[in-house]
Design a protein around this ligand. Structure first.
Ligand SMILES: NC(=O)CC[C@H](N)C(=O)O
Length: 223
């Protein structure tokens, strides 16, 4: 798998993401700096990692969404390249307009850092085919701006189109309809607040995130 992990100033989960990709795919991803103008050709997968890009100033993800590299990320997403945004990466994807809605301050006004149950709402996407639809997995969250908001019409539409990939199995941050992860219309962009890269092996105490990376790999094998 020819993957790239984008690093912004303030990213802090880029290494974990790169390690997860390498351990599961067998190939180390390219590490790409936000200020680079272009992504290399022929990428199979792009990951936007978690963190506090630009110190979360303005709004989480808002400044990163306007980084030079994001023009290439948006163009790749529009060509159908799989793009996964985790936590701050999800925030960047909504700010870049690749996903609907916004991530607001958590309803409780506090940073939430714990492992939470997630229901797999759509086990058919290229990111989730390794999970059974309706199953419950446990994945860590760590954020203060994870409160997913979209208007009712948008929520009904994305629910109807099977674009809610994951839903929290308990109250976490005040997200509308407990939405934890959202797909774009074409199904090749996924944003999620929980961190699958923090749950890929026994040393993590939990390997429920592994199937996400295995699903992405499997989708490339059949593509
Ligand atoms: N782990 C993360 O990516 C943190 C995301 C984010 N900036 C927040 O706290 O909301």
């Amino acid at each position: 798998m020819r993957a790239a992990v984008i690093t912004f100033p303030g990213s802090n989960c880029d290494r974990d993401m790169a390690v997860a990709i390498e351990k599961i795919s067998g190939t180390a991803p390219l590490r790409v700096w936000h200020g680079d103008a272009e992504l290399p050709d022929g990428l199979d997968f792009i990951a936007l990692p978690g963190g506090f890009s630009y110190g979360d100033y303005l709004r989480s993800g808002a400044m990163a969404a306007n980084s030079p590299i994001m023009r290439s990320v948006v163009a790749a997403a529009e060509r159908g390249v799989p793009v996964l945004g985790v936590c701050n990466g999800f925030q960047v994807l909504t700010e870049a307009g690749l996903l609907p809605g916004a991530l607001m301050r958590n309803a409780g006004q506090t940073f939430v850092c714990r492992t939470v149950p997630l229901t797999v709402e759509n086990g058919q996407s290229l990111f989730t085919s390794g999970y059974e639809t309706g199953s419950t997995i446990r994945i860590p969250v760590a954020h203060h701006d994870g409160n997913y908001f979209a208007d009712a019409e948008t929520l009904d539409r994305i629910e109807g189109e099977g674009r809610v990939a994951f839903r929290y199995g308990e109250t976490v941050n005040g997200s509308q309809r407990d939405i934890a992860g959202v797909l774009n219309e074409a199904g090749n962009v996924l944003g999620m607040m929980p961190h699958p890269e923090r749950a890929i092996e026994d040393a993590h105490g939990n390997s429920d995130g592994r199937a996400m990376f295995e699903s992405i790999l499997a989708s490339l094998a059949v593509a």
